[in-house]
Design a protein around this ligand. Structure first.
Ligand code: ADP
Ligand code: MG
Length: 747
C-alpha cells in the first residue's frame, strides 16, 4: 500500500510515463524476482503481467469502514480490515529442559460491534507493533476454538498512519493529499495463506509502475460508442482507484472487454468449424426417412417441424453441423434426432447416439426399435455398444459397427474407446450435452475420416446468455411446445413446517394412485445415512436427510402400501442391478421406486403417474423440474408432491413454490440462474474447455453479452483472423491458453 508520501500522482505512477516498458506478455519473474513470481504461479497459476493484472480486486474496503466480523465465513481465507482493541501476552510457565518456551500473544480486534480473537505464537515483538486503536488488515482462516471464533496466526498489515492523528503542523496541501489518500478505496484481492491480499496489491503496484503503453483490444469505434476507457487506464484504475467512480468505470470497461474477447473466441471457433468440409447427407425419395414419416402415428409439432427443417438444411451442406436442440422432457427431441439419423442412413452413412448412462442407452435402444417398427429396425439394425456387454455380444456389436451394417449405434462413452471403429460415421447425436465435454465431442469427431455432423440434445432449458457464453460455438434450436393432448402435471408443496401431519396424506395419495393401477417414484436426496449420490456434497450435520434405505424400509412396512412391490434405485447399485430394476418397473412388476436423482435423466415409463420428492429444498429448481418430467408422460395426468420442512418465506421455500407454480422450464431456468453462484452456473453447463469468467455475470449481463456477440460477429465476419487488431488477437490467444490450462488442470 502506498502512503501519502509515496504517491507522486493520483495513481502513484511515475511522472515519466515513458519509463515503463512492461507489456501484458512480460514474464513476472523478471519484474518481481524469482520467489514472489513462484509464489504467484503456485497460488494462482499466473506467469505474465497480463495474468497478474487480470486478477481483479474482489471488492474494495475503506480505511473508515471496518469489515463486519460477524459475517465472516468459517474455514475460508478471508481478509479483514479492523481495529485493534487489546494485545496481551500469555506465557506457558517454564520451558521444559531442552524445549523452547511457548509464547502466545492474544490480540482482540473489532469492527465496532463484534470481536474476533487472533492468536500468534512466539512473536513477542507484537505487543510493540500492534497497539490498541490501530487499524490493520488481517488475513487468515476463521476457525472456532473453545466456542470462540478466531484467526490463528494470521498475516497482518498495519494501515499506515492509522493511529497518529493528522499532524497540525503539516501544510494545507499535504493535509489535502493525506485526506485524499485516506478516502481511497483499498482493493481486496482473492488471496491464499501464502499470498495475502496486500502482497498482491504490492506486486501489482510494482507492475503498474513499470507498465508501458498497451494497445487496445477493443476497436476504436466500438470503444467510443460504448463510452469505454482505454484499456491501460481501465487496468490501472481497477487496481488503484482514487474513488469509487474510478473503479466502477474501470470495471464496466473491463467487463465489456471480457465479454467481447470471449465472443471473439467463440465466433472464431464457430467460423473455423464451419470452414471444415464433410459430406452432405440428404434423404432419398422413398428412403428410410420418407417411410418413417409415412408410418408415424402422430403429426409433428410445429417446433419439431421447424427444428427438423433446420437440421435437414445443416445436413444438406458440406460444412459439418454443430447444433444444440433444447426442449423439455417429452417435447419430442428423440423423434427429431431419429429423423436426422434416417436422413444419414439414406445417404449410406451411420449415426452414433451417445447417452450419459447404460440405463439410458438401453432405453434408447428399446424405444427406438418400438418407434421404428419391425421392418425399419431389421434394415437399420440399431445396435447397443456399451462397456457392460458380455464379450461375445460386444464382438458382434463391434463387427456390425465397423462393417457399416448397423446404421445406428447406441452407447455410452465406451463408444469413444479406440477399439470402436465405424464404416462411415456421418452423424453423432449426444443426449444431455452437459455431461459430455468438448473434448469428448472432439474424440468422436476423430472417429471418421471426414468430420461427422454433430447434434446435441438437452432437456435442461438453457437461458440465452448461457447459450451464448458456454455454447457459443453451437447453433441452437428450441422445441418450446409439448405435443398436444398431454395430460400435464399438477405440483403441490407439502409444507412439513406448518403441517407436519400432511406426510401421512402423502402416502395415502400415493396408495390411491397405486389402486388405479399406476406407478410412483419417491425421490430422496441421499442413498443411506452418510452415503451420497456421486458428486453431491451436502453438509450432513445441518439437518437429517431422508435416505433411500431408511425410507424404503418405512414404506415397505406401511399398511397402506402392503400390496405394492417397492424397490430402490440409486447410483451405488451395479449397472446390471439398475438396468434390471428399471426393466421391472417399466414392465409394471414394480409399483414404487424409491430412488435418488439417478432417475433424473430420460427415464420413460408412461404408466408412472406420481412423484414424491422428499426434502425438496435439497434440490435445485431445474433439478426439481427435470425430476417431475418423469411423470405424466403417458395418457394419465401427473402428480408431483414436493415435501419440505423449509419454512414459509425462506429462499428454499420460495424456490420450491416457484417450481409448483409453473411448468415453463425457461422461466424456472432463469430463477435458477438468479439464485446460483456464478461458479455453479457455469460448472453445471460447461464440461471442461472454458475457464471461468472474471467480471462477467451470466445472470445479469445479458445485454452486454448480446452486444459483445453482435460486435464480435461483425468484426470476425470481415476479418476472420483478427489481423486488423493485434491486441485483440493477442487477447483471444491468451483466453484460449487460459481455457486450455483450465481444462488440463481438471484432468
Ligand atoms: P424427449 O426426447 O424430448 O424427452 P421423446 O422424443 O422421447 O421426447 O418423446 C416423448 C414421447 O412423446 C414419446 O413417446 C414420443 O413417441 C412421443 N411424441 C413425440 N413427438 C410427438 C408428437 N408430435 N405428438 C405426439 N407424441 C409425440
Ligand atoms: Mg429423450
Amino acid at each position: 500500500m502506498t502512503g501519502p508520501d509515496a504517491a507522486a500522482t493520483p495513481h502513484g505512477e511515475p511522472a515519466d510515463d515513458a519509463a515503463g516498458t512492461l507489456t501484458l506478455d512480460s514474464g513476472l519473474r523478471g519484474v518481481l524476482g524469482a520467489a514472489p513470481a513462484t509464489a504467484l504461479a503456485k497460488a494462482f497459476g499466473m506467469t505474465t503481467v497480463g495474468d497478474l493484472l487480470s486478477h481483479y480486486p474482489r471488492r474494495y474496503a475503506r480505511r473508515g469502514e471496518l469489515t463486519t466480523l460477524a459475517e465472516l465465513p468459517l474455514d475460508e481465507a478471508v481478509t479483514v480490515l479492523a481495529e485493534v482493541l487489546s494485545v496481551s501476552v500469555q506465557d506457558y510457565g517454564r520451558p521444559q529442559p531442552g524445549k523452547k518456551a511457548v509464547h502466545r500473544t492474544k490480540v482482540v480486534i473489532s469492527d465496532g460491534r463484534g470481536m474476533l480473537t487472533l492468536t500468534f505464537f512466539n512473536q513477542p515483538w507484537l505487543i510493540k507493533t500492534l497497539r490498541p486503536g490501530m487499524r490493520a488488515m488481517f488475513s487468515g482462516k476463521v476457525t472456532v476454538f473453545n466456542k470462540t471464533r478466531q484467526l490463528a496466526h494470521p498475516a497482518y498489515e498495519i494501515v499506515p498512519g492509522s493511529d497518529d492523528p493528522l499532524d497540525a503542523t503539516i501544510s494545507p496541501a499535504e493535509a489535502i493529499e493525506a485526506r485524499l489518500w485516506a478516502d481511497r478505496p483499498i482493493p481486496i484481492y482473492a488471496a491464499t495463506a501464502a499470498v495475502t491480499s496486500w502482497t498482491i496489491a504490492k506486486q501489482i503496484a510494482k507492475v503498474v509502475d513499470q507498465l508501458g503503453p498497451i494497445d487496445d483490444p477493443i476497436p476504436e469505434r466500438l470503444r467510443r460508442e460504448r463510452g469505454l476507457l482505454d484499456h491501460r487506464d481501465a487496468l490501472v484504475r481497477i487496481h488503484r482507484p482514487i474513488s469509487d467512480e474510478e473503479w466502477n468505470e474501470a470495471r464496466d470497461t473491463l467487463r465489456f472487454t471480457e465479454a467481447f474477447v470471449l465472443q471473439c473466441v467463440l465466433v472464431q471457433q464457430h467460423t473455423e468449424h464451419r470452414a471444415r468440409r464433410t459430406r452432405a447427407r440428404l434423404p432419398v425419395p422413398g428412403g428410410f426417412l420418407e417411410r418413417f414419416d409415412a408410418a408415424l402415428p402422430f403429426s409433428l409439432t410445429v417446433d419439431q417441424e421447424l427444428t427438423g427443417a433446420e437440421i435437414q438444411r445443416d445436413l444438406g451442406l458440406t460444412a459439418p453441423m454443430n447444433r444444440l436442440v433444447q426442449g423439455e422432457v417429452g417435447s419430442g427431441k428423440t423423434v427429431v434426432a431419429l429423423r436426422a439419423m434416417l436422413a444419414v442412413a439414406d445417404s449410406g452413412g451411420q449415426s452414433a447416439l451417445l447417452a450419459p448412462t447404460e440405463v439410458l442407452a438401453g432405453q434408447h435402444l428399446r424405444s427406438m426399435a418400438r418407434i421404428l417398427g419391425p421392418d425399419l429396425t431389421a434394415e437399420l439394425m440399431p445396435t447397443l455398444l456399451t462397456g457392460q456387454l458380455p464379450v461375445a455380444e460386444r464382438r458382434k456389436a463391434l463387427l456390425r459397427t465397423v462393417s457399416g451394417q448397423a446404421r445406428i449405434v447406441i452407447g455410452t462413452h465406451a463408444l469413444l474407446s479406440d477399439t470402436v471403429g465405424f464404416f462411415d460415421l456421418g452423424l453423432v447425436v449426444i443426449d444431455e450435452q452437459h455431461r459430455f465435454g468438448v473434448d469428448q465431442r472432439e474424440a468422436l469427431r476423430l472417429k471418421a475420416e471426414l468430420p461427422p455432423h454433430v447434434l446435441v440434445l438437452t432437456a435442461t432449458p438453457i437461458p440465452r446468455t448461457i447459450a451464448m457464453t458456454v455454447f457459443g460455438d453451437l447453433d441452437v434450436s428450441t422445441i418450446a411446445m409439448l405435443p398436444a393432448g398431454r395430460p400435464g402435471i399438477e405440483t403441490f408443496v407439502v409444507p412439513l413446517d406448518e403441517k407436519p401431519a400432511w406426510v401421512l396424506r402423502v402416502w395415502q395419495r400415493m396408495a390411491e394412485e397405486l389402486a388405479l393401477g399406476r406407478q410412483c417414484f419417491v425421490v430422496c436426496p441421499a442413498i443411506a445415512p452418510k452415503k451420497l449420490e456421486q458428486g453431491e456434497e451436502i453438509d450432513f450435520d445441518a439437518t437429517p436427510m431422508t435416505t433411500v434405505e431408511e425410507l424404503l424400509a418405512d414404506l415397505r412396512r406401511h399398511p397402506l402400501l402392503a400390496a405394492a412391490r417397492i424397490e430402490p434405485l440409486h447410483g451405488a447399485m451395479t449397472a446390471d442391478e439398475k438396468e434390471h430394476t428399471m426393466r421391472a418397473f417399466a414392465a409394471g412388476d414394480i409399483q414404487v421406486l424409491v430412488a435418488t436423482t439417478v432417475i433424473e435423466v430420460g427415464v420413460d415409463v408412461p404408466n408412472a403417474s406420481a412423484m414424491v420428492v422428499m426434502d425438496a429444498h435439497r434440490f435445485g429448481v431445474s433439478q426439481l423440474h427435470q425430476l417431475r418430467g418423469r411423470v405424466g408422460r403417458g395418457g394419465v395426468p401427473g402428480l408431483c408432491l414436493l415435501v419440505t420442512a423449509a419454512p414459509i418465506g425462506s429462499p428454499a421455500r420460495e424456490r420450491i413454490e416457484a417450481v409448483a407454480k409453473t411448468l415453463d422450464g425457461f422461466e424456472l431456468a432463469q430463477v435458477d440462474l438468479e439464485q446460483r453462484q456464478e461458479g455453479d452456473v457455469l460448472g453445471r453447463f460447461q464440461s471442461g474447455g472454458q475457464s471461468s469468467l472474471r467480471l462477467l455475470r451470466v445472470a445479469t449481463d445479458g445485454d452486454i453479452i448480446s452486444a459483445a456477440r453482435t460486435a464480435a460477429r461483425e468484426l470476425i465476419g470481415g476479418d476472420p483472423e483478427i489481423r486488423t487488431i493485434p491486441a485483440l488477437r493477442a487477447a483471444v490467444r491468451r483466453r484460449l491458453d487460459d481455457s486450455e490450462r483450465a481444462s488440463l488442470s481438471k484432468g
